[in-house]
Write a protein that binds this ligand. Structure first.
Ligand code: NIG
Ligand code: FE
Length: 412
């Protein structure tokens, strides 16, 4: 099957073949071609070039005019919790009234509230609601996604969540990565027996998950009141025995040394870093770990924004993602994340777009096949309305410029 996209005002993300992650200062470069065409064949990009030398033979292909809009590689959203049973807008109102994220969690809200609801929700219902969310995300330009468990917190419910994610993998046309986040919070039953839950994760949940091949990565919420650095360390070691590389939650609400623990375990990414201390930057700077920043979480919780500039100056690869979840970030909109990265993380439009595409793909181990425009790469693309410039995309915040999404070379 073929699709020829013509009249592309600007084709962006033409990173040289073999570029699989952008570090630091190289993030400011986003190679482009004006007035271009691009041919998709069998789900991949098979050729592209300038409209001035559009080969005559191409007249045979089905044509889609980009009408002068930009074409980008799709957004690669490398951090979400989009499988959940119910929304939590009552906490939204509590926050307006002055309660903090920690207050709400301590009052039995937060993750435990979501876990209680998920236990009573069927796999089918979870699949249906998560699918609807993912459909919306794809329409907004997302072409690859990572999804975490972590609202189960029992062996049965964690496995239930991961089976939902597996079914999403099987039924959606985009790449989906699954992350085991059993260490998201201590369940009520283990409130006074943390060791018991850690043993359950290591001795029961992990082997069952690995046995069914249900997870690509392992995660832990390394945070005061949640999992300590020592506990995180044990969970990551156990994950490694089952071949699961870490992608962890760190430095969201407090500085813990969890970033360094992630680096020690060769984490693919350390995520959040709203509190970006110098030790964390230094340890990342000499590692292969990606820093994944989640600015819409900062916006929604009204907490600090990560020090993206400090990370980039230290040559750390920065990715951005939504963190879509019912508690701290009820939004799966990568267009907003790109705008916030510019407005609040002070990333240049080129940096933010690279962070949302190639580096996002890298944070899911997918940058060989996604995240930039190149021959042989998967044809997951977004086409915008005509825009006066690249910067117009993040500038027009809260609005989507996406007019058409192409997944595997087909209009979605
Ligand atoms: O990434 N920080 C931990 N986990 C989620 C929030 C989970 C929740 O509140 O339901 C996050 O922000
Ligand atoms: Fe998260």
């Amino acid at each position: 099957s073929e699709l020829l996209i013509t009249h592309i005002g600007t084709l962006t993300g033409l990173h040289p073949t073999g570029t699989t992650v952008l570090r630091g200062l190289s993030m400011a470069s986003l190679p482009q071609m004006e007035n271009a065409w691009l041919l998709c064949r069998d789900g991949v990009i098979s050729a592209y070039g300038s409209m001035e030398d559009l080969p005559g033979g191409h007249a045979a292909f089905p044509v889609l005019s980009a009408k002068g809009g930009f074409v980008f590689p799709c957004w690669c959203d490398s951090h979400t919790h989009l499988v959940f049973a119910a929304s939590r807008e009552e906490e939204f109102v509590m926050k307006i009234q002055g309660k903090s994220y920690e207050d709400i969690a301590a009052a039995g809200g937060g993750i435990l509230n979501s876990a209680a609801k998920l236990q009573d929700t069927s796999e089918e219902a979870l699949y249906e609601s998560a699918s609807a969310r993912l459909q919306d995300m794809i329409r907004q330009g997302t072409g690859a996604v990572e999804i975490k468990s972590g609202y189960g917190l029992t062996p049965d419910s964690e496995l239930k969540m991961l089976r939902v994610i597996r079914r999403i993998k099987e039924t959606f046309p985009i790449p989906v990565k699954a992350t085991l986040l059993a260490a998201h919070a201590y369940p009520l039953a283990f409130r006074n027996n943390h060791e018991g839950y850690i043993r359950q994760i290591i001795d029961e949940i992990l082997p069952a998950v690995a046995g069914e091949g249900l997870a690509d990565y392992i995660d832990a919420f390394c945070e005061q009141g949640f999992f300590s650095v020592g506990e995180t360390d044990r969970i990551l070691s156990a994950g490694a025995k089952h071949g699961l590389r870490p992608k962890i939650h760190v430095n969201q609400l407090s500085i813990s040394g969890g970033v360094q623990a992630g680096v020690k375990h060769k984490a693919l990414s350390v995520d959040h870093l709203e509190l970006t201390d110098l030790e964390a930057i230094n340890s990342l700077s000499n590692s292969s770990t990606i820093a994944t920043l989640l600015p819409s979480c900062s916006l929604y919780l009204d907490i600090p924004y990560a020090n993206a500039r400090g990370l980039m100056q230290a040559d750390v690869p920065v990715a951005i993602a939504t963190d879509y979840n019912p508690g701290s970030t009820p939004s799966g909109n990568m267009n907003l994340v790109v705008s916030l990265a510019c407005i609040k993380l002070k990333m240049l439009p080129e940096e933010a777009i690279n962070a949302a595409t190639l580096n996002g793909a890298a944070a899911m181990g997918l940058s060989e096949e996604l995240g930039s425009i190149g021959v042989g790469k998967r044809a997951n693309l977004l086409i915008t309305r005509p825009m006066p410039s690249l910067a117009y995309l993040p500038y027009s915040f809260g609005q989507s410029q996406v007019s058409t999404v192409i997944i595997n070379g087909k209009v979605f």
